[in-house]
Every structure is written in C-alpha cells, then in structure tokens.
Design a protein around this ligand. Structure first.
Ligand SMILES: Nc1ncnc2c1ncn2[C@@H]1O[C@H](COP(=O)(O)OP(=O)(O)OP(=O)(O)O)[C@@H](O)[C@H]1O
Length: 268
C-alpha cells in the first residue's frame, strides 16, 4: 500500500518495515508515509502493531527489515497517562523538555506558562501540582510539555482514553488546532474510528498477526467546511463510508446505528 499523498514529501515513512520480537513477526512488510505537516491516525485491534509503529517512528526500536525515514529534528510524545512529575508544578512540568534543551529558567517558565494558557488553563493553574488538577487539565499540561520543545514530529498513543466524552472532544479539537497551526507531522493511535476521522488527515487501518495495513482512507482534519470542530453531520457519513469498506468491516464489524460517533470498541 502506498503513501497517502505522493505529491507531498513525507515527514515520516515506514518503508517495507518488518519487526520481529520475542521470536515472532509482529509487523510484516508495511509501507506507509505521512506527508509533512499531516496527521495520520492508526487504528486497528489490540496487538496489530500500532504502538510498534510509533516506537519505530520515535527511533526507540529498529526494524528487522526495511527502514524508517524521518525528516524531523525533534520528536515529542503524548501518552494516555500524562506522566507528569507529581512534585513539580504544572508550569515546571510543561517546561521540562525546555530544561533538557538548556533554555534559561525564566525563558522556559514564561514559554511554558504562555502555552498552558493557550491550551485553556487559567494563569493560576500554572502554580498547581498535578494532584490539584483534573484529568483533562493534566493532559493539557502534558500536551504543553510536548509542544513546548517545538517538535516537528508528534506521536500520540491513545492520548484521550482516560477522559470523559466532553473533555475528550475538547482535547481532540485542541490537538488538531495546535498541530495544524504549528505544521507538525503527527501520528495518532486510537481505537475509535470516529476520533480517528475527526482528528486526522489520513486514517490507516491495521489488522492481523503479524500486523499489516489493510485500508487507507481520508480523514476530516482538513475538511474545507471544518470550523474549530468537525460538524457531526460531516462525521456521520464519513464514518458510515469508512465502516462500509469490507476491510474495515472485517476489523470493526458493522459500523452504524446510534450514536454513530461512539464506535464499537475493537479491543476485544
Ligand atoms: N518487545 C516485544 N517483545 C515481544 N513481543 C512484543 C514486543 N513488543 C510488542 N510485542 C507484541 O507485538 C504485538 C504488537 O504490539 P503493539 O503494542 O504494537 O500492538 P498495538 O496494536 O499497539 O496494541 P494495543 O492496541 O493493545 O496497544 C503484540 O502482540 C505484542 O505483545
């Protein structure tokens, strides 16, 4: 299967990648490219190799065969668990990556505070410790920490899973807005087809053992009628169309019924 858009140079590409671990093949001959500045969602059942692809993209794992091409200098990650330092205030957590880059203290604190506020926290929240923040606020701090280093590649591994539906929607829109504004190339792992369509420009469906790419579809991330959020009336038909594809139906089962945006879990 080829790149989502051969006209745009890839920010990231897995080329003929196979990964063998624990004595077995877990990803088999996978080729997929993300155009620079685009968002790719990886969806598929548990164990099909989505996180393995992220680890390859992060440079934490080397493929057994094939290669990973990255045109990026700085990689940032966002996980389901915000992984904040409990003894540091929100502002200092957000500034943590800048500290590693030797940005002077006053400068990194000012930049972190400004980012926290851009991401919807109140000025006084910067002084709070993680335990004093809600789950959604903690995830915003983690996002600020990721964006503070001005990454050109952002890897997101199920970052919204721990949030309730309203916060989840807010964070999806926030991530999409920030990634677009900063022209960051992003790869986003999710189990939710609706979420994948809402946030991404391209949706890659994986399946099987070893994991393979079974379908590529456009996402709604850059839909021309997209405002700050994707309208439900564009999401529903896109979800139905994606769910109607035989390869996707084979993975997810029938996608339909109400509510459409709440897709069946594909973990089981
Ligand atoms: N270091 C390793 N050694 C052995 N097996 C591994 C290793 N890393 C991953 N695996 C196996 O490879 C398969 C793919 O794992 P991976 O975490 O990439 O899947 P995934 O699609 O992200 O799953 P999930 O949706 O549950 O997070 C799984 O069966 C996993 O147990």
């Amino acid at each position: 299967m080829s790149a989502p858009d051969p006209e745009v140079p890839p920010g990231l590409a897995w080329v003929g990648v196979s990964v063998r671990a624990g004595g077995r093949l877990i990803v088999d001959d996978l080729t997929l490219a993300v155009p620079a500045g685009a968002v790719l969602a990886l969806v598929g059942p548990s164990g099909c190799g989505k996180t393995t692809l992220l680890s390859l993209a992060a440079g934490l794992l080397a493929p057994t065969r094939g290669r990973v091409e990255r045109r990026c200098a700085r990689v940032a990650c966002l996980f389901q668990d915000p992984r904040l330092l409990p003894w540091r205030r929100a502002r200092d957590n957000a500034a943590f990556g800048l500290r590693c880059l030797n940005v002077p203290r006053a400068q990194r604190r000012a930049r972190a505070q400004a980012l926290l506020e851009t991401l919807g926290l109140r000025p006084e929240d910067g002084d709070k410790f993680p335990a004093q923040l809600s789950g959604g606020m903690r995830q915003r701090v983690a996002l600020a920490r990721a964006l503070a280093i001005e990454p050109d590649l952002l890897l997101l591994d199920e970052p919204f899973n721990a949030l309730d539906p309203a916060r989840r929607r807010d964070l999806q829109d926030l991530v999409r807005r920030e990634v677009t504004a900063r022209q960051v190339t992003a790869v986003f792992v999710t189990h939710d087809l609706g979420e994948a369509l809402r946030v991404s420009d391209h949706v890659a469906v994986m399946a099987g053992t070893p994991g393979r790419l079974v379908h590529l579809a456009p996402g709604l991330g850059r839909a021309p009628d997209r405002g700050p959020t994707v309208a439900e009336d564009s999401l529903a038909p896109a979800l139905l169309a994606l769910g109607a594809h035989p390869a996707v139906r084979a993975v997810f089962g029938p996608v339909g019924g109400a509510p459409l945006v709440s897709c069946p879990s594909i973990r089981s």
